[in-house]
Design a binder for this molecule. Sequence first.
Ligand code: LLP
Length: 417
Amino acid sequence: MPDIRSQYSDRHHFFGRTTPGALAGEFGTPLYVYNENILRQRCREILGLSGLPGFFPCYSTKANGNPGLLRIIRSEGLRADAMSPGEITLLRAAGFSRDEICYVCNNVSEEELAFAGENSFLVSVDSVAQIEAFGRVHPGGEIMVRLNPGIGAGHHQKVITAGRNTKFGVVPEDFEAMIAALSRHNLTLAGLNQHVGSLFLDPSPYLDAAAWLLETARRFLPLKVLDFGGGFGIPYHKYDAEARLDLAETGRRLDALLSAWVGETGFSGRLIVEPGRYVVAESSILLGRVHAVKNNGPTRYVGTDVGFNTLIRPAMYDSFHDMEIYSADSSPRPPLPQTVVGNICETGDILAKDRLLPEIRTGDLLGLLDAGAYGYSMSSPYTQRLRPAEVLIRADGSARLIRRRETVEDLLRLVAD
Ligand code: LLP
């Protein structure tokens, strides 16, 4: 099948020995397609951030919790962070041991804190109230506390998780109250963590915040864990050759900070980073089918089966996902501004607005790039549409189903008579 716009996936042999058309024919659309080689490559890049013996990268499961991918990530040597009992369950199903899971939660029940304490090597809470709750279920235990370094970063206000405008972390003014709560429950402060936000391409805020945590931690030594959080960004504008985060340079600077501090303090515990997006985003292309094209005034609407129930990032954060076009019809396709939309009953159900792309026609397949992080994991059954299937293109180029499409029976399963 000649492809109208596919240089990116061609260059990366993304679809292995198969094609978008064959995958759509066998598994239907919408369909999340993952590439094992790309996933492994990204894991290795993260592992290369620091050579310190205590360096302990934990993949952030919230980005994508498919056990088929988690097994690959673990086999590359990453450990994991979880934030819900469901994520712990998927991690355990994928082979992660208790000692390989770190739990970073906020505003949860005592029941959940009890479960998390039994199923992870350390639980992080982010308020004095949650220290008290943890103390009631694990008196005399070890705990990690999430601090707010006052420095935030991220691609949208909604994902900046440090500084004043966020619910996260214990601020320095509350350190005395934190220490008092720890001692009331005879808890040992075993770790400190933070997460400044999601998606930076300039590492400076992350490194400034890391320096802040290292400095702050001196006051609380001895500790077993220091966790600097995630946020490592990827370039979404693939067809505009957007520059990548310079991970080698980021690693050199991070490693220098950590090495100096370890040298001064003699720290021998775990130094954690928690990348989610960086590990999985680029390993997936989301395939969708065009079912209708029409003009409404000056706007050409391209109607697809990828609603915001399947990929919510554009509707929720105005996020940009680059787009490929695959078609059997190879007649000339002049570039046109087009608005690509889904099949949900809301005007905000938009994947791309007035985007200049080769003319898209009914029957074409579209590929939304960089869909691996916060794609399937944020999908929903809104309007009772079925969640899509997920397929992995293995290292040998063959395709394997790693999650079947939902069925209407699945919708009925939870309903009481
Ligand atoms: N650690 C903690 C405590 C987090 O809250 C997060 C993400 C991460 C690590 C991983 O961050 P990453 O490396 O993936 O940036 N749904 C949004 C992103 C929300 C991120 C939430 N927390 C999106 O689609 O852009």
